[in-house]
Design a protein. Structure first.
Length: 587
RNA sequence: GGGGUCGUAGUUCAGUUUUGGUUAGAACGCAGGCCUGUCACGCCUGAGGUCGCGAGUUCGAGUCUCGUCGGCCCCGCCA
């Protein structure tokens, strides 16, 4: 397959049809099994594993491989031989054959690796990260890296065929105070000033629309100096897409086509399109999340009116009361775990009801009239053996807390690891503005260049909370894969939006001057989306950790464990940059 | 910024609470030996420990207390 000077075949391609062929293989010793008179060596490379046999009577070869250990790099000259049927290894691609060694050459030795290179082994992640190049030899990790390549290839083909141009934009850019903290880069050419590493190519891609490149994409590396999570890295990759002369439907269609192709090409899975759509309000009220996992039910219900006058103070005095049925009989201990989650999300606590022996039970049941009980049983489809949770409070906080509980229910009971299904959906009609309680002002939900929905434009000044944007998120299995918007490309709308959030023209000019300037020269209507490549691959391969789909990821504290980054630098370099470190307290 | 959890042979863990107490165990790996069909090969023998780091309590600390570093998970944050 990939013949080179040092080999004729890879370790993953030989089979029964090659019986009798003279071959040269090169790879790593996965395992040596020494039986005395005969010796087996499993030789591994990127493509697979091939069994090499040193037969009886080859004392010369045995002497040579006497000191060969795991992970030595060797070259084997030999003849392919079909194995007797009872010795075929069905677990490996090359299991039909083995290579009878004539000559073995040690290309390089290896120290005993700090952990065994095999798939089943669980090793502390810190160690795996330190020796990432060894971890990458394991199939589980190797597969994600290969899938990542396939994903990128598939996307390039699709987008290129649809007329999109791949255009690169700067990583070193200027600081914009909104949004995520960015990484600052000093330069000795500009003492006292800093570049910012791009958080995303947002402004550049909009200017590419002004330039007339009406279909653009890019695999863009984005940098954000924020705290990590299992699905976040300080540097990550977006498939940044922007189109001119479009509305939401156009973006949906392209994105759906892209996802369909990628899932087909990479994991041979046929996605159904178009994707389901939920408005932000629906998603919140049914699932308690703006990125709901639709692989299971347990929908939330609004029971505010039902319990408003039941005589229980909490229900009577709260804005909203919501409930959902876990459809499971939960123990006291399990219920406590749910309570902890609710508290973490800012609720004083949860109420629960159990239905056993044809009877509702729980501390609050005494407040519920027969009529209310019946309504509850009907609305929440309560059957024997069900446990349900109720929570009261403000709309968003209460729903989000119940949403977190619902997520736990899903993880504990409904989402089976081995049964992968993909439930994509669009979440649409996000509010354009969000009221910041602390600072008592309106803030943009997405960014200030988002177009309001046509029918809401008249309320921008009079009722900002009612205005929804042409804003959309692509969600799959409870993960936000992507978000995007149609942009406010006209000066008049931009200014009205800036007025609401209290951003003066001068201030806007200072922060986004080059974009606003560009928009003066015939900005077309445009919009786009930017799916997160890493998260998409995570979802596709059913991994629960973003580090597993990145060759050299950072730790949760954003350190490079292998290369030990970030590092201190010489005083001399700092001086050159006009920088001086302030000593931390205590040091 | 906050909360949780983990840190003991090369690796994965037990031992830590009930009880602070002599030589800190196991499996895998590693080293030496034996073995003609294994593919998680098998059998025999052996080496291998700063119990993350630092202070404290104590006659005595892997075990208790405080601090600190690091991994992982979550809240805030991530327009």
């Amino acid at each position: 397959m990939y013949e080179t000077k040092l080999r004729t075949h890879t370790c993953g391609e030989l089979n029964g049809k090659n019986d009798g062929l003279n071959v040269i293989l090169a790879g790593w010793v996965k395992k040596k099994r020494d039986h005395g008179e005969i010796v087996f060596i499993d030789l591994r490379d990127r493509y697979g594993v091939t069994q090499v046999i040193i037969e009886e009577g080859r004392g010369d070869l045995k002497e040579q491989v006497k000191n060969v250990r795991g992970e030595f790099v060797v070259r084997v000259f030999g003849i392919v031989r079909k194995r007797p049927s009872n010795m075929v290894n069905k677990d490996i691609k090359t299991g039909e054959i083995e290579v009878v060694a004539n000559k073995i050459e040690i290309l390089n030795e290896s120290e005993v690796p700090p952990f065994e290179i095999k798939d089943e082994l669980s090793v502390q992640e810190e160690l795996r990260l330190k020796y990432r190049y060894l971890d990458l030899r394991r199939d589980t990790l190797k597969e994600t890296i290969i899938a990542r390549h396939k994903t990128i290839q598939s996307m390039r083909t699709f987008l290129s065929e649809k007329g999109f141009l791949e255009i690169e934009t700067p990583v070193l850019t200027r600081n914009t105070p909104e949004g995520a903290r960015d990484y600052l880069v000093p330069s000795r050419n500009h003492i006292g000033k800093f570049y910012s590493m791009a958080q995303s190519p947002q402004l550049y891609k909009q200017l590419l629309m002004v330039a007339g490149f009406d279909r653009y994409y890019q695999f863009a590396r984005c940098f954000r100096d924020e705290d990590m999570r299992s699905d976040r890295q300080p540097e990550f990759t977006q498939i940044d897409i922007e189109m001119s002369f479009v509305d939401e439907e156009d973006v949906f269609k392209i994105t759906e086509g892209l996802m369909k192709k990628v899932f087909h090409d990479v994991i041979s899975y046929d996605l159904e399109t178009p994707f389901l759509r939920l408005t932000y309000k629906e998603a919140m009220e049914k699932y308690g999340s703006d990125k709901p996992d639709l692989r299971f039910g347990c929908q939330i219900n609004d029971i505010t009116d039902m319990v408003k006058n039941c005589g229980f103070g909490v229900f009577e005095n709260s804005d909203f009361t919501f409930a959902y049925n876990t459809k499971q009989l939960l123990s006291r201990k399990q219920i406590d775990e749910y309570n902890d989650i609710a508290k973490k999300y800012g609720l004083p606590g949860l109420f629960y009801l159990k239905y056993t022996d044809e009877e509702l039970k729980g501390s609050i049941v005494k407040y519920l009239s027969e009529d209310v009980k019946h309504k509850l049983i009907e609305k929440l489809d309560i059957k024997n053996g069900d446990t349900l949770f109720l929570a009261s409070g403000k709309w968003k906080r209460t729903l989000e807390a119940l949403g977190a509980c619902r997520r736990k229910t899903g993880n504990d009971f409904y989402i089976k690891d081995n049964e992968i299904k993909y439930k994509f959906l669009w979440v649409t009609e996000f509010p354009l503005f969000e009221w910041n309680e602390d600072e008592e002002k309106w803030e943009p939900c997405h960014h200030i260049f988002t177009m309001p929905r046509d029918e809401d434009i008249e309320y921008i000044e009079s009722d900002p909370g009612r205005v929804h944007g042409k804003l959309y998120d692509l969600v799959c299995n409870g993960v936000e894969i992507s978000s995007g918007s149609i942009r406010a490309f006209k000066k008049e709308i931009q200014e009205r939006i800036m007025n609401v959030i209290g951003l003066s023209n001068e201030e806007a000019e200072k922060r986004f001057g080059f974009l606003i300037e560009g928009f003066k020269y015939g900005a077309p209507p445009h919009g786009g989306i930017a799916p997160g490549l890493d998260r998409l691959i995570m979802i596709m391969l059913n991994r629960d950790n973003i580090r597993d789909v990145i060759a050299f990821p950072k730790s949760l504290k954003a350190s490079g464990i292998m290369e030990d980054s970030p590092s201190e630098v010489d005083e001399k370099r700092l001086t050159e940059l006009g920088l001086k470190l302030i000593k931390k307290k205590g040091s």
